[in-house]
Design a protein around this ligand. Structure first.
Ligand code: ADP
Ligand code: MG
Length: 267
């Protein structure tokens, strides 16, 4: 049965998509079957893995709104163990189209059901809103991973996200846990990054990933080549950091062990 992890924070530009792509690909490179579901109408998770929008593309929009089976929209990637369920711009309309449908909060949960046996991990990238699409992601997930940018306003909006997740836990998805808070775009030379880290670790004791994600240009370049960081520059600081985060995640699950990246997968 797949572990379903939603990557969420209603702030834009905090590293959600970068985290979704790179955690998914690091876990896949250690030969666990991973599905990355792109739920952001901007469709950057797909394009960052070389899947581009076109009018023929069947996407998560069709799954959510037209009941197309999830496995019908899944596409393979350069990594053998990583598949993607792409998004499309239409998905922004889904927020409104879903409002009047029955079971509107659990459309994704229902759609994911047949995929649970096919994958070890399902990672969901979410849009920078707390609307119905994000609610669907949190209702379908076992846990939420929250990327926080290591800057002064990092905590802004976090209380609202935590309120939303506890409401969803209470009303829609009692199994929802927090996978953890991940500090992104961390700059070791900057005092502010260190202060923010200290404050967040104190406030959310035991809930923050040990590994932080450094600000690293390779992480921002890789998507324009349609590649995850481990295929673009395996030994970059960004790749290494995401491998360690994937390792922290895998070590929590019974058959997790470590992320021993298979050379065959990344060469
Ligand atoms: P979100 O999905 O939360 O909107 P993104 O993952 O798209 O955020 O990141 C926003 C921008 O910052 C993108 O251009 C991305 O390439 C860049 N970025 C994300 N994480 C890093 C990082 N650790 N170092 C450098 N650039 C980053
Ligand atoms: Mg994004």
């Amino acid at each position: 049965m797949a572990r379903v992890i939603a990557i969420s924070n209603q702030k834009g530009g905090v590293g959600k998509t970068t985290t979704a792509i790179n955690i998914a690909s690091c876990i896949a490179a250690s030969e666990r079957r991973v599905l990355l579901i792109d739920m952001d109408p901007q469709a950057n998770a797909g394009s960052g893995l070389g899947i581009y929008q076109n009018s023929e593309l069947k996407s998560m929009y069709h799954v959510l709104v037209d009941d197309l089976p999830l496995l019908d929209v899944v596409q393979g990637t350069e990594l053998t163990f990583l598949d993607v369920a792409p998004s499309s711009q239409d998905l922004s309309g889904a927020e409104i189209e879903l409002v009047s449908t029955i079971g509107r909060e659990s459309r994704l949960k229902d759609a994911i059901e047949p995929a649970l046996a096919e994958y070890d991990f399902i990672i969901i990238d979410t849009p920078p809103t707390l609307g119905l699409v994000t609610v669907n992601a949190l209702t379908a997930a076992d846990s939420v991973l929250i990327p926080l940018q290591s800057e002064y306003y990092a905590l802004e909006g976090l209380s609202q996200l935590l309120k939303t997740t506890s409401l969803i836990k209470k009303r829609l998805n009692p199994r929802l846990e927090r996978e953890g808070i991940l500090l992104t775009m961390y700059d070791r030379r900057n005092n502010l990054s260190q202060q923010v880290e200290k404050e967040i670790r104190k406030h959310f004791e035991g809930e923050v990933f040990k590994q932080v994600i450094p600000r690293n240009v390779k992480l921002s370049e890789a998507p324009s080549y349609g590649k995850p960081a481990i295929l673009y520059d395996y030994s970059s600081l960004g790749s290494v950091a995401y491998i360690r985060v994937a390792d922290e995640i895998l070590s929590r699950y019974p058959n997790g062990k470590d992320v021993s990246i298979s050379r065959k997968q990344v060469m």
